[in-house]
Design a protein around this ligand. Structure first.
Ligand code: SF4
Length: 342
């Protein structure tokens, strides 16, 4: 049983206390008896305790910074949504392949933003620009937002905000099962609640610090019963011994657990494993004993943004993965929508 995340150390930026949520969180963390430090700048936060880089990295992942989001320009979030909506950054999970290891660089701590209304006002502007088209916002580009939401309820607030909005849709994905406080949110069917799932092998070896598959599936069932449109991201799809059977068992488990009512509006997104050269270096540093295979010679190189190409599976392997998983999905969930395979 994996317990809901509790930070070991909390930093509060002074400006955060100008917002009701900042004050509320400070009180909450004091009542929980957590160690709280006030900080005047980011640099102080970088002084995370630890004797070496690895320890600092681990400690940072259990440090929560309560701050104010300054940049209100949202990044784009293709292919799953038009925009990334930034409620938090960082994650307490320890997935070996996680791309946050490279994007967060020297600041792997978790940061939650208290100026939620300003962030939502900005979302409203983006929606109006695109009207009458629907605008989708992805809330999990820079963190696993569900994993910290039992503390902040920011996501719950956003779900209810989009529940009232004709032009906006919210979506996010999680590897955590702590969803109970979100079940009674007035979502009006406008939030797609997705779970990240995988073959047992991948979860066992590469996803420490996240909820076990059975608990994610149990949570997905509850979410479906609460009327949310449901989705699954199968990622990273990873070739390992017996992968065909591993992924088949995954779909079989989903099939056995999910209520009939959820199946007509269910989506699947599929992302094959990839890595970049800089990511490989960071992964080997942060998780020196990882079994994650990152052999450039066995992969196909694909040019990427900013000149940093990624290594993906060969054309033949990609096709085999795709055909296999799509046929499993067709078999167990004939009415599901496969949004993309990348
Ligand atoms: Fe990264 Fe998601 Fe794992 Fe967190 S749960 S470490 S965000 S892959």
């Amino acid at each position: 049983m994996i317990k809901p995340f509790v930070p070991q150390l909390v930093y509060i930026e002074p400006r955060a206390l100008e917002y009701p949520l900042g004050v509320q969180l400070k009180k909450k963390f004091e009542d929980m008896g957590l160690e709280i430090r006030e900080t005047t700048s980011h640099n102080q936060v970088r002084n995370i305790p630890g004797d070496n880089d690895l320890q600092k990295y681990r400690n940072a992942k259990s440090t929560l910074v309560v701050g104010v989001r300054k940049t209100l320009n949202f990044d784009s979030s293709k292919p799953s949504a038009e925009y990334a909506i930034p409620f938090a950054t960082g994650c307490m999970g320890h997935c070996h392949y996680c791309y946050l290891q490279t994007t967060m660089g020297s600041k792997p701590y978790i940061r939650t933003y208290v100026n939620v209304e300003e962030i939502l006002d900005q979302a409203q502007k983006y929606m109006e620009e695109r009207a009458p088209q629907i605008t989708r916002f992805e809330a999990s580009c820079t963190s696993d937002i569900v994993g910290i939401d039992h503390l902040t309820h920011t996501l719950k607030h956003a779900i209810e905000y989009f529940g009232q909005s004709d032009l906006g849709r919210l979506r996010f994905v999680t590897k955590f099962h702590h969803v109970d406080h979100l079940l009674d949110a007035k979502h009006n069917g406008r939030t797609r609640f997705r779970f990240s799932v995988n073959a047992d092998y991948v979860i066992k070896y590469f996803e420490p610090g996240t909820s076990p598959l059975d608990m994610r599936i149990e949570a997905a069932k509850k979410v479906a019963e609460a009327g949310y449109p449901l989705g699954f991201i199968v990622a990273p799809i990873y070739i390992h011994e017996g992968w065909q059977e591993g992924y088949r068992q995954l779909f079989e488990k989903l099939d056995a657990a999910l209520p009939q009512s959820a199946r007509d509006d269910i989506t699947f997104e599929m992302i094959q494993h990839r890595f970049t050269k800089p990511a490989k270096r960071v992964i080997e540093k942060n998780y020196p004993k990882t079994k994650l295979e990152m052999n450039e010679e066995e992969r196909r190189y694909k040019w990427g943004r900013y000149g940093i190409g990624k290594y993906i599976y060969s054309k033949e392997e990609e096709l085999e993965l795709r055909e296999r998983l799509e046929s499993d999905i067709d078999k167990y969930f004939p009415n599901a929508k496969i949004e993309y395979f990348t």
